[in-house]
Design a binder for this molecule. Structure first.
Ligand code: UTP
Length: 586
């Protein structure tokens, strides 16, 4: 097959039979694996690559002939009536959901030596992303169980797509932490395989520069998740168990679960087959826009259009200003944050046609404008958000826009690159990701009437950020606006220098005056009614230099370390009912 596909160069250096035979066998083992893990096999991969490389050389736009327009979707604002209504509908529906976390990425831009899922989402509690995600799913499961009055007792499954770069470390993280409270059979790991690299426009497969009996490989992108779910057999199993929704999400968004219940409610209420979570997008911001594309031949799709394709597409279709803001100060095309909610039935139907294959693209870095040779080998890639491209125009594809402060704060960029981000654009760094969690919790508390002092401005790792009080609660304390309202009453006030940690399902704050650090913990079968007036020197952020190798990487990556000067800890580790009136202020 390889010879038929003009890949004879792979064997050009092979010595006579009898020499290097073991290595030659390993080569064919790898070929077999690459063949088995791509829909249609290696031959199909080479054919697809030839076509896409020719299109790329010719400068073809994949959306040529399509006219963009703004699709229909839902715009929600935290705490408003619609938001609350959708949140309640979402919690109701959560017991029919499954979550799929794509976590096979290399994280090259961040440059963290561990897996991104193991990175603390914030350093006040040190909760890593995977723990935060799992605790959020469990809290949602519990809330849904309560809402359905115990009639439904389904565990919400979590699938994690890993790759060779992340698989064993993800498994270790789960096992060494007792799955963060999930049942081990509730979690499924699916490992994606890499694809062959290509050395030229003829799609000749590249050999590994360090081993001439090995084909060089690179990740194929998170779009693999659809084919992996299709071949895993899980989808049919879920359908038999009455599951309805598949929620896809990514490895480092500490805010996501603030948006999930309402977004799921939108999917259920509007019967969306595909619902993309989105945030307001400034024109030309480096984030894809969700657009409806219509072709004169009748094709129509609602799809993410990468920001560098959106402007030329708009200009080519009569929008003289291209990618521009409208009267709201934002682009009319919402910014895709790549968290998708798919309805299981139509998803299975579609995958039975496509087997999960997703429209691919290639992005070769050419040596010069002749586009005849590459600076380094390339490969085909695919993205999970391209799933709707093959859907029929009748499919119900929509989006849900929420405030960025509530829904989106990924950690993708290393400190040096983040510091170079033009002012006003998001850093998407360890620093901004952590600060966003404090900001979200502070703003959410303001919406339920807590007086939270304004933030101060801080500069860490060369990035200017708002430093809000360090307010963090465990997901089981409150997942939704209504739960939060039940947990907080009376007059509550928190100063900017404060740290406030709540970890427990049944902690009711009846009044609070906080100027310092207060940490409240309780076991789940206890109930705590708390009135507290606390003043102490609290915890402060000390700037650190990210180049200081004596510090842990997790600290350097964000540019500050927490110095714990003083704190009040209230801990209820025995079951029971507690009514506490605590004050250290005379
Ligand atoms: P990112 O865009 O953050 O890419 O992926 P990345 O590969 O992790 O990081 P860079 O580009 O090298 O800096 C978005 C999500 O998709 C997952 C990532 O783990 C992340 O959750 N992903 C990415 C996969 O699961 N597989 C892939 O092949 C690529």
């Amino acid at each position: 097959m390889l010879m038929e596909e003009q890949q004879e160069h792979l064997f050009a250096h092979w010595p006579e039979p009898g020499s290097d035979d073991e290595k030659k066998k390993c080569f064919f083992d790898q070929v077999e694996k690459l063949d088995a893990s791509y829909p249609g096999g290696l031959r199909a991969y080479i054919h697809n690559a030839r076509q896409l490389l020719a299109d790329s050389k010719a400068g073809k736009n994949p959306f040529d002939g399509f006219t963009p327009s703004v699709p229909a979707g839902e715009f929600l604002s935290y705490g408003e009536d619609d938001f609350v209504k959708f949140e309640e509908a979402g919690v109701n529906e959560a017991c029919y959901a499954v979550f799929v976390l794509v976590a096979g990425g290399l994280g090259e831009r961040l440059g963290y030596s561990g897996i991104k899922l193991a990175l603390p989402s914030e350093t006040t509690t040190g909760t890593c992303f995977l723990q935060l995600y799992i605790e959020s799913i469990l809290a949602l499961q519990e809330a849904s169980y309560r809402k359905n009055k115990g009639n439904i007792n389904l565990q919400i499954p979590l699938v994690i797509m890993t790759s060779d770069d992340t698989h064993s470390r993800t498994q270790e993280l789960l096992e060494s932490n007792a799955y963060f409270g999930m049942k081990s059979d509730q979690v499924h790991l699916l490992k994606q395989e890499k694809v062959a690299c290509l050395q030229d426009n003829d799609a000749r497969v590249a050999l590994d520069p360090s081993d001439k009996y090995k084909i060089q490989t690179k990740p194929h992108g998170h779009g693999d998740v659809h084919a992996m779910l299709y071949s895993s057999g899980l989808l049919d199993q879920w359908q038999r168990l009455g599951r309805k929704w598949v929620l896809f999400f990514q490895d480092t968004n500490g805010l996501l679960f603030k948006a999930i219940p309402a977004a799921l409610g939108v999917s259920a209420t509007k019967d969306f087959h595909v619902n993309s979570l989105a945030v307001p997008r400034k024109a030309k911001e480096a984030i894809g826009g969700i657009a409806q594309l219509t072709h004169s031949d009748g094709r129509r799709m609602v799809i993410n259009v990468e920001y560098n394709q959106l402007d030329p597409l708009l200009r080519a279709t009569g929008h003289v200003h291209g990618d521009a803001n409208n009267e709201t100060g934002y682009s009319p095309f919402p910014g895709n944050i790549n968290q998708l909610i798919l309805k299981l039935g139509p998803y299975i139907e579609e995958l039975s046609k496509t087997k999960g294959a997703i429209t691919e693209f290639v992005n070769p870095k050419y040596k010069d404008s002749s586009k005849t040779s590459f600076k380094s080998s390339t490969r085909l890639e695919c993205m999970m958000q391209d799933y709707p491209r093959t859907l029929s125009p009748s499919a119900r594809v929509g989006f849900t826009v929420m405030d960025t402060w509530l829904a989106y704060a990924p950690v993708k960029n290393n400190p040096e690159d983040a510091a170079k981000v033009p002012k006003g654009n998001p850093y998407h760094s360890g620093t901004s990701g952590e600060m966003a969690i404090y900001r979200a919790h502070s703003k959410i508390l303001r919406k339920v009437g807590v007086k939270v002092e304004d933030p101060r401005i801080g500069i860490f790792n060369g990035q200017e950020v708002e430093v809000w009080p360090r307010i963090v609660w465990s997901p089981k304390w409150a997942m939704t606006f209504s739960e939060l309202k039940q947990k907080l009453s009376g007059s509550c006030q928190i100063s900017q220098k404060s740290t406030f940690v709540i970890n427990g399902a049944n902690i009711y704050i009846e009044s609070l005056l906080l100027d310092g650090a207060l940490l409240v913990y309780s076991v789940d079968n206890s109930e705590v009614k708390l009135s507290a007036r606390v003043k102490n020197d609290g915890w402060i952020f000390e700037p650190v230099n990210y180049k200081d190798n004596s510090l842990p990487e997790e600290i350097r990556i964000r540019g500050f370390a927490i110095k714990k000067i003083d704190q009040t800890i209230l801990k209820y580790d025995q079951s029971g009912k507690y009514c506490v009136d605590f004050s250290n202020i005379n």
